[in-house]
Design a protein around this ligand. Structure first.
Ligand code: GLN
Length: 197
């Protein structure tokens, strides 16, 4: 069984842990560099990206997280997690983990719609995924090698670049585990690839 970690410094951790378990993989709460070494793939949850970054620095995890992605191990950022993964942020000089070649804008769905739900068609995952957006970011621009998996009203809300997956919304807040299962599939594929090397 593959081991999927959830970065557990701040944010919606327990919901992802439940979704991983419901999808038939082993979940690991990741709070340190040592925990990170135990997992085959990592989910960066939603929450507040500035607070998460402070805790990443405090726990000396920035370089190890960047190395995890560079080694080809799958990472999935949801909402604030997507912000952590992007290599460019609108109106900020610097990025965080910067392993996804995309420009992301924070809190970009406007004040009047801080939070909303909508059904999304997600390439290779689902035609009718109920997506929960909470003060969500969106993806403004992506590099050529980044695949767009879903858009909402002309805005990109889910992408994949090889081993990196990111979405604007919170897939862990419903009982629909198809996105978590898709990510677990990425983790299984990456493990099989590394065994064959
Ligand atoms: N607005 C948050 C941020 O900028 C993200 C919101 C979320 O993760 N639900 O970090």
């Amino acid at each position: 069984m593959v081991k999927v970690g959830v970065l557990a410094l701040q944010g919606a951790v327990i919901e992802h842990i439940r979704s991983i378990e419901a999808s038939g993989a082993e979940s690991v709460v990741v709070k340190s560099v040592n925990d990170l070494a135990e997992v085959d793939g990592l989910i960066l949850p939603g929450g507040e990206s500035t607070a998460m970054r402070k805790l990443i620095d405090r726990n000396r995890m920035l370089a190890p997280l960047q190395a995890f992605a560079a080694e080809g191990k799958p990472m999935f950022g949801t909402c604030a997690g997507l912000i952590l993964l992007a290599n460019k942020l609108v109106a900020y000089d610097s990025a965080h983990i910067a392993s996804l070649d995309a420009t992301v804008e924070r809190n970009s769905f406007g004040r009047q719609v801080d939070s909303f739900e909508t059904k999304l068609s997600i390439k290779g995952v689902a035609e009718d995924f109920q997506a929960v957006f909470i003060r969500a970011p969106h993806i403004v621009e992506v590099a050529a090698e980044v695949e767009i998996l879903a858009s909402h009203e002309g805005r990109i809300v889910m992408v994949r670049e090889d081993n990196i997956l990111g979405c604007s919304f919170h897939p862990e807040l419903t009982d629909d585990h198809r996105i978590t299962k898709y990510f677990i599939g990425m983790v299984e594929e990456s493990l099989a690839k590394h065994k064959n090397l």
